[in-house]
Design a protein around this ligand. Structure first.
Ligand SMILES: *[C@@H]1O[C@H](CO)[C@@H](O)[C@H](O)[C@H]1NC(C)=O
Ligand SMILES: *[C@@H]1O[C@H](CO)[C@@H](O)[C@H](O)[C@H]1NC(C)=O
Ligand SMILES: *[C@@H]1O[C@H](CO)[C@@H](O)[C@H](O)[C@H]1NC(C)=O
Ligand SMILES: CC(=O)N[C@H]1CO[C@H](CO)[C@@H](O)[C@@H]1O
Length: 849
């Protein structure tokens, strides 16, 4: 019986891991590695297994592993000593659905000696991945695998980085090692690791390759003098566990990737509102003044944020008794809530090491903190001073964290926050030395016993290979902070489950996000949690939103926010993302802040945030910025349901909310390198001014397509080659186009809060395509419930032959009506508006008079 849908027809999984550890150093130094030879090949309908035996010692960066196990199937369950990302950290049981090689869109083939493999498209035979140009190297602390790619490839992904969106193909190194990265340096590893790339080859299709590995790595992309192009993985541990995503359209690759790592969590509706934050609001009076000043300026403020200023001596779960007394804060939060506004505060993972601090004491009782080999706590320096760090892999860490969150943020007695912001979770250590706080001299006998024995006894349990140098591996990745352990947790620490920070470093922020989400769920079991995290890993979108860290108030970082948004949203399965609007570091000037206020309104997470050393940059500080913000927020709020509909789809099937132009026009080469324009959902295209001191911008409007100006509602005629100059873009403008063929649900007007907007009726904006038809969708629910059950509407609008038809499901109970339908004119004339009171029910249809 044919399956309705099996993932296996879309995704091939290939895992290479160690079976037997008989690593040894040969006495002679070979000039070239000879790779492995495959034997004991067993091929079934749905799998292939083989043993790979080392053909000759190579010992590039330490001892080779002499035997490997190769497994090609949909099930990644294998025994190995080598570390592999824990199932609980990134679940993949759901992928083990079975399937058959015959029905797969991808074909796997291999060469026995030296072992290499190819992944090809079943239909066309196009080679997508081919490792034959270099031998496989698998050593205990160095793994290398190289694949060729053709000149027609356009590569994207491998975040988090601040480089160009379409990756360079010459002499380019992407290092993945999560790191505190002020000023988001170019060409460096940043806060998160997403070892997935999209290879887009125009008309012949798009595919993705995900290496499920949390190991530190350098991915080199280069072109040889003879013009051959390679992508080469150099990891310092783990296994090679590849997921090949067949596409063939870009959106399908996004969906397939989301299916592997998890779709983005559905957001609460209010989080789409405008957020304000600053490090350096010295007291609650200042915070109240900011809220009041936003209101006085008539700029809708949805959510106020608290950076570490609110804490007592920067300790989590405390408030400063003088500057932020708890009772004052409680009254402040109540007032915000009465106005339908929200409050979010920061938490850091560094917990002050002091027996005078009850949060620390309770964590000790739960075994929540990372320990040195001698059982003493691993200490370092963070905002709170001398700190210890939670071991998120210790079960007690969840119990402790949940209790701390539930009691401090108890609505009845504590701070009734609406979400949590987790920072410094790479983890960042202000002490960059190896011996900031040396382990205690001797652990008291009988106490602090290590829970786990030496690695050698962990055979097959994936705790990591024995005998490794965990602080300074022989192959040094290009970490911009230097050695692996610099300004983070020492990589030789053992986690409670027997794995080491060497292998799990890149998961620290992801784990903290998971734990924090779980704690918020325990606190409010029926509502969607909201967590914002700085550090991420593949799949973090299922737990948290992300901002792009400590950027600067520069035009360069204003543009960077676009390509980072595109990478996270379209390639890394994280929808709720955005930059610090107007820039975090440095002095935001009026012009830049006005432009950024408008740009941020068309990105998912919209928060103005600045450093303590930066001058105030709230939107009301300048008249023109205030005007820009009001206009932008009004448009954003009128479009909230349209964006929320896209967010809901992303949470269901991984369809990205913000996407690069080539997602819509995959055959149009002109779009492949564009990183300053984007599609905001299916229907809107945003093209901000990109430079200081000008009101002009050259935008690409693909030839042969119909576009309308979102603001004037008039058809726009692009030049024949597509590139079109838009002039006279004032500081309170941003070019936004509606794609012909779309129906965009909007609200009749904005409001001061998202709750107010939700009480407004609808306007349906129709943008007919060349053939005169258009369609679009609208998703409605209560905006906050974790499980909405049948209480949702999934409405489809179709405009055809002068009639608008509404179909779908209508389970969300509402009195709201469609008050207005506006049909833009494909011939360039005035838009036609119809007003009425059409209830949101099945079968609404009417004809143009
Ligand atoms: C709020 O506005 C008042 C009046 O313009 C101004 O004096 C004050 O500095 C502002 N405070 C903040 C925190 O924005
Ligand atoms: C929003 O607030 C402004 C003042 O800040 C007020 O004039 C306006 O009426 C409010 N809008 C709504 C819809 O309540
Ligand atoms: C990690 O390395 C440091 C520096 O060599 C050493 O002092 C410490 O004991 C090691 N920790 C563990 C858990 O092995
Ligand atoms: C990579 C980059 O552009 N970084 C810049 C971030 O902002 C700071 C301060 O403006 C600059 O010094 C960096 O060059």
């Amino acid at each position: 019986m044919p399956r309705l849908f099996t993932l296996s027809t879309l995704i091939w999984v290939l895992s290479l891991s160690t079976t037997f550890i008989s690593a040894q150093l040969s006495s002679t130094t070979p000039t070239r590695c000879s790779g492995y030879v495959a034997s004991d090949v067993t091929q079934g309908d749905t799998f292939l297994t083989a043993t790979l035996t080392l053909a000759g010692f190579c010992n590039l960066y330490g001892p080779d592993v002499s035997k490997l196990r190769l497994l090609v199937e949909y099930q990644t369950d294998f025994d190995s000593d080598a570390y592999h990302v824990q199932e609980a950290v990134l679940p993949r049981q759901h992928l083990a659905k079975g399937g058959s090689a015959e029905t797969s869109k991808l074909h796997f083939s291999y060469t026995q000696s030296p072992f290499s493999f190819k992944v090809t498209r079943s239909g066309t035979g196009e080679v997508l991945f081919d490792t034959s140009s270099a031998p496989l190297v698998f050593e205990s602390q160095f793994l290398q695998l190289r694949t060729q790619f053709p000149a027609s490839s356009n590569l994207y992904g491998l975040g988090e980085h601040s480089d160009v969106f379409r990756l360079p193909t010459e002499n380019y190194k992407r290092t993945l090692w999560n790191a505190e990265s002020p000023f988001v340096p170019r060409g460096s590893n940043l806060y998160g690791s997403h070892p997935v790339y999209f290879d887009h080859r125009g008309d012949s299709g798009t595919h993705g390759v995900f290496l499920l590995s949390s190991a530190g790595m350098d991915v080199n992309i280069y072109t040889t003098s003879s013009g051959d192009r390679y992508l080469e993985y150099n990891t310092i541990g783990g296994v090679f566990d590849f997921y090949f995503l067949a596409g063939p359209t870009p959106v399908e690759v996004s969906r397939q990737y989301a299916e592997v790592v998890g779709s983005p969590a559905m957001i609460p509706f209010w989080t789409l509102g405008f957020h304000q934050c600053k490090y350096g609001y010295q007291d609650i009076d200042t915070v109240e003044a900011v809220v009041a000043n936003y209101s006085a300026a008539g700029i809708p403020l949805e959510t106020m944020w608290g950076d570490i200023d609110y804490m007592d001596s920067h300790q989590d779960f405390t408030t400063d008794p003088q500057r932020y007394p708890l009772q004052r804060m409680r009254a402040f939060v109540d007032k915000l809530h009465q106005n339908n506004q929200h409050y979010v505060v920061i938490l850091d993972p560094g917990i002050r090491h002091s027996t005078a601090y009850s949060t620390f004491n309770r964590g000790v009782q739960q075994g929540a903190f990372l320990k040195n080999a001698d059982g003493s706590f691993h200490r370092g320096r963070q905002w709170a001073g001398e700190v210890v760090w939670p071991d998120w892999l210790a079960p007690g860490s969840q119990t402790w964290w949940t209790k701390e969150i539930m009691s401090f943020f108890d609505p009845a007695t504590g701070l009734d926050v609406d979400g949590l912001w987790i920072d410094m979770n790479e983890a960042s250590n202000m002490c960059g030395e190896i011996d900031c706080f040396p382990p205690a001299q001797a652990a008291p006998p009988g106490r602090h016993r290590r829970l786990f024995g030496p690695f050698a006894s962990q055979a097959g349990l994936r705790k990591g290979l024995p005998g490794r140098n965990l602080l300074s591996p022989p192959y040094a990745i290009a970490n911009h902070l230097g050695p692996l352990w610099r300004t983070t947790l020492l990589t030789n620490l053992t986690n409670a489950d027997g794995t080491t920070q060497y292998d799990t470093h890149n998961l620290y922020g992801h784990l903290m996000a998971q734990r924090t989400r779980a704690a918020l769920l325990a606190r409010r079991t029926l509502k969607r949690p909201f967590v914002l995290t700085r550090s991420t890993f593949a799949g973090s979108g299922a737990h948290a939103a992300h901002w792009f860290g400590d950027n600067a108030s520069t035009w360069s970082d204003y543009l960077l926010s676009i390509r980072q948004m595109l990478a996270f949203s379209a390639l890394h399965a994280m929808s709720m993302v955005g930059s610090d609007v107007c820039g975090f570091n440095g002095d935001a000037e009026e012009e830049l802040c006005a432009r950024w206020a408008m740009l941020g309104a068309f990105q998912p997470f919209y928060r103005n945030h600045a450093d303590v050393t930066a001058p105030a940059q709230e939107f009301y500080r300048w008249d023109v910025v205030a005007m820009a913000a009001k206009k932008a927020i009004d448009a954003r709020y009128r479009l909230l349901d349209y964006v929320y509909t896209a967010m809901e789809q992303a949470s269901r099937d991984g369809t990205p909310v913000a996407r690069p132009l080539w997602f819509a026009w995959p055959g149009d080469e002109e779009t492949f390198g564009i990183e300053t324009q984007w599609l905001w959902g299916e229907a809107l295209m945003v093209s901000p001014v990109t430079e200081k001191g000008t009101g002009e911008v050259r935008v690409y409007l693909p030839p042969g397509e119909v576009f309308y100006d979102f603001w004037t509602r008039k058809r726009v005629r692009q030049r024949d080659e597509g590139w079109t100059l838009i002039i006279g873009v004032s500081l309170t403008d941003i070019p936004v186009h509606v794609r012909g063929g779309s129906v965009v649900p909007m609200r009749i007007r904005g409001g001061n809060t998202t709750a107010e907007v939700r009480r407004e009726n609808f306007e349906i904006l129709v943008a007919p395509g060349q053939d005169g038809t258009a369609k679009g969708t609208l998703y409605l629910d209560d905006g906050e419930s974790l499980e909405v059950g049948g209480a949702k509407s999934e409405i489809e609008f179709v405009w055809e032959g002068g009639r608008l038809l509404m179909s779908g499901t209508f389970g969300f109970d509402t009195d709201l009506v469609v008050e207005k339908v506006t049909v833009m004119d494909v011939d360039g004339g005035e838009a036609v508006m119809m007003t009425g009171q059409w209830v949101l029910k099945k079968g609404l249809a009417f004809e143009l008079a």
